[in-house]
Design a protein around this ligand. Structure first.
Ligand code: SF4
Length: 489
């Protein structure tokens, strides 16, 4: 059966659609972040159901035939809204979120765990409507149910305020007409049913999470330094070069006007030597005032706000690491840390702890400091008594990312990236590979697992979070030490 997922994959890339349709076993379980998104989607859908009283829920734990029979029975006999009805017609199948009968027609509602409409939402609904019509249903209206980012939780979740519903009938009809959805679906079926996988070159349609990424990008990945890794190179330009057979940075046409930063990158990749603008680095280091505070936050964001006074997908801090150097960059730093124990409001605890630790002088370094500053501002919005303190704290922030964004220092192993996880190994040879938790997304998922009571080894996870966040602030110290050394060479 050809599903909505197959159709959306076809729109992205026929090669992807063919492979998933014909060799579904080739794909293992979704990666952890996709899995989390899917789980969040289900939770959002459960809340959205509450908007529809006496809803009939189709049980998807049964075999496919049984689910279709249940859906058909509900469509034939139920006068109440139907949740998760599976529509099947010819070779097509589409799961709908909510169908509301209105006399002899239906209103179709699609629920998305998103605060705004995305380009893929309309073809998604258009496919459902198409299958419904082929099956003989009449669709009166189409709606998109999205999360309302203005909603602020106060006690129990209020589904009527949590969601916003928009009428997308016009967009869906226009899409169907403009793209001739009938021909589109027929063509997709034709391609997916052919014996050979279609030959599709890599291009703008490729996403980082495409399951065929490693296979399709094998040739590009053979190049240690390729055009797709060039700093801020428009992908469209790189794809154009790729189609001309240009992959390695040394093959870039001589007359192409690379930016100043791209020229630095290409030069270091050719020579293998680190670029250092000693004057700029010295200026950066001389701006710092002791004691030095190295600060890093870990955060989570949930479509359904978990704490009072927060909104869908608001970024909430649950952990910080703080290393302090009193007088000399070479000295052993003192370390302070905090992880929320899921009692009370973490933003208040964060403010209380930091107020007692950050003193009233000295630079506060963060890697991409606007993030830490934004978290503090949001926390103070919820707890305004810290407003005066915040004003003084914000003035002391220094962004350690800034000299890397400016390419005042650049190592060829960074491959066009200025992220801490790429800069640390490039400059110091140290990395996160031995750690159980290796990035912020993983940290956030681990903590959400604790919050949701899904883990048996809570203490081990907390210990790993402590190690991970501590490594981030220690990494900043190591990088700053290396910067200082490089200016003296
Ligand atoms: S990596 Fe690109 S070309 Fe390959 S299947 Fe995915 S989208 Fe298509």
């Amino acid at each position: 059966m050809f599903s909505k997922t197959n159709f959306l994959q076809y729109l992205q890339c026929p090669k992807l659609a063919w492979t998933v349709y014909n060799i579904p076993n080739m794909f293992t379980a979704p990666d952890p972040s996709t899995e989390q998104r899917m789980l969040e989607g289900k939770v959002v859908e459960e809340y959205a159901r509450k908007l529809f009283p006496s809803i009939t829920l189709i049980d998807h734990s049964q075999p496919l035939d049984e689910v279709i029979t249940q859906s058909n029975d509900a469509l034939n006999y139920s006068s109440s809204p139907i949740c998760n009805a599976l529509l099947s017609a010819n070779d097509l199948i589409a799961e709908t979120d909510i169908l509301v009968p209105v006399e002899d027609e239906y209103d179709l509602y699609e629920v998305k765990a998103s605060t705004k409409e995305k380009p893929e939402h309309i073809p998604d609904i258009a496919f459902q409507k198409y299958v419904a019509v082929v099956r003989g249903l009449r669709i009166r209206k189409c709606h998109l149910i999205l999360l309302n980012n203005k909603y602020v939780r106060k006690g129990e979740i209020n589904p009527k305020q949590l969601f916003k519903i928009s009428d997308v009938c016009e967009g869906v009809s226009n899409y169907g007409e403009l793209n001739d959805i009938n021909a589109q679906v027929e063509n997709a079926l034709l391609i997916c049913n052919q014996a050979q996988c279609p030959e599709i070159e890599i291009g703008l349609q490729c996403t980082d999470d495409c399951p065929l990424r490693n296979t399709c990008w094998r040739e590009v990945n053979k190049f240690k330094h390729n055009i797709f890794d060039l700093y801020r190179m428009p992908t469209k330009r790189a794809v154009g070069w790729y189609k001309q057979g240009i992959i390695g940075v040394e093959e870039i046409p001589k007359d192409y006007p690379l930016t100043k930063l791209q020229k630095i990158q290409v030069k270091t990749e050719k020579t293998g030597e680190t670029y250092v603008d000693k004057k700029a680095i010295n200026e950066f280091i001389n701006r710092l005032k002791y004691p030095l505070y190295f600060l890093d936050f870990e955060t989570f964001s949930s479509p359904i706000p978990l704490i009072d006074g927060s909104s869908p997908y608001q970024t909430i801090p649950f952990q910080f690491s703080l290393h302090v150097i009193e007088k000399d960059l070479a000295e052993d730093p003192k370390h302070y840390s905090w992880i929320w124990d899921a009692e009370g409001d973490p933003r208040l605890e964060l403010l209380e702890r930091l107020q007692s630790l950050l003193g009233n002088k000295g630079s506060i370094l963060a890697y991409h400091s606007p993030f830490e500053m934004m978290i503090l501002k949001q926390a103070v919005k919820a707890f305004p008594k810290y407003q005066k303190w915040l004003g003084k704290i914000l003035e002391r922030f220094v962004d350690l990312l800034q000299p890397f964004r400016a390419f005042s220092i650049y190592h060829p192993a960074q491959k066009g990236s200025c992220s801490l996880k790429d800069v640390l190994p490039a400059l110091t040879g140290k990395d996160y590979s031995a750690l159980e938790i290796q990035d912020g997304g993983q940290a956030s998922r681990a903590f959400m697992g604790i919050l949701n009571g899904e883990v048996d080894d809570k203490q081990a996870i907390l210990a790993n979070l402590e190690i991970y966040c501590g490594q981030d602030t220690m990494a900043m110290i190591e990088i700053l030490r290396k910067m200082k050394t490089l200016t003296t060479l």
